[in-house]
Write a protein that binds this ligand. Structure first.
Ligand SMILES: O=C(O)c1ccccc1N[C@@H]1O[C@H](COP(=O)(O)O)[C@@H](O)[C@H]1O
Length: 210
């Protein structure tokens, strides 16, 4: 299973989290976020990471040209679209930056909202389900209703996100079967400052999962 730790701001923490077992690291490219990092900051971290770890930039309603420029400048291997991007936008993004993984984050308000997933799955490599928050785009620590996702089997691979922690991860995975998990505020001391003890505890708990 893929494990993405998101909201990385410090190269030292990135290296430590990679060696603990993360398969992907996420960098917030949304200027209003307290976890925001510039392309140059991302590059400084990415150059210190192993090739086999995915480096995902998180964007929200940014123009394709800006996303493409940041990918080129930073060395990102994937782009997570976390705003209100349409399926058409996702399709265009894939054409503009062809060798980069495109993930579409859907902030799920209700069971009906899940229907969107089958449309987006045609245009992206990977889906990501996050909890909806009326004022914040992400990194909210709010969980989804996992019971609602028990029968969620989209045609593309998908990440479960939203309020996951070392404490609740096994309960979540007992109900939901995603291809990957994504954690941010659940393994933090404060926004952008990761708690390496919590990250280590996460991987210990994941090892106990059969
Ligand atoms: O983390 C942020 O600040 C952020 C800002 C804008 C868009 C997305 C953001 N984070 C994403 O939120 C989810 C879940 O976070 P949490 O585990 O509930 O804290 C995750 O996918 C982050 O990439």
């Amino acid at each position: 299973m893929r494990v993405k730790i998101c909201g990385i701001t410090q190269p030292k923490q990135a290296k430590a989290i990679a060696s603990l077992g993360a398969t992907a690291l996420g960098f917030i490219c949304v200027p209003t976020s307290p976890r925001y990092v510039t392309a140059m900051q991302i590059r400084a971290t990415v150059t210190q990471l192993p090739d086999d770890i995915d480096k995902i930039g998180v964007f929200a309603n940014a123009p394709i040209e800006e996303i493409s420029q940041i990918v080129n400048d930073s060395g990102l291997t994937g782009v997570q679209l976390h705003g209100d991007e349409t399926p058409e936008f996702c399709h265009q993004a894939r054409q503009k930056i062809p060798n980069v993984e495109i993930l579409k984050a859907l902030r799920i308000r209700s069971f009906d909202h899940l229907e969107q997933a089958s449309i987006y799955a045609q245009y992206v490599d990977t889906l990501l389900l996050d909890a909806y928050h009326p004022q914040q785009l992400g990194g909210t620590g709010q969980t989804l209703d996992w019971a609602m996702l028990e029968k969620f089997h989209p045609s593309s691979p998908w990440f479960l996100a939203g309020g996951l922690t070392p404490e609740n991860i096994l309960e979540a995975l007992s109900q939901v079967k995603p291809n990957g998990i994504d954690l941010s505020s659940g393994v933090e001391i404060q926004p952008g400052d990761k708690d390496l003890h919590k990250v280590a505890l996460l991987f210990e708990r994941l090892k106990t999962k059969v």
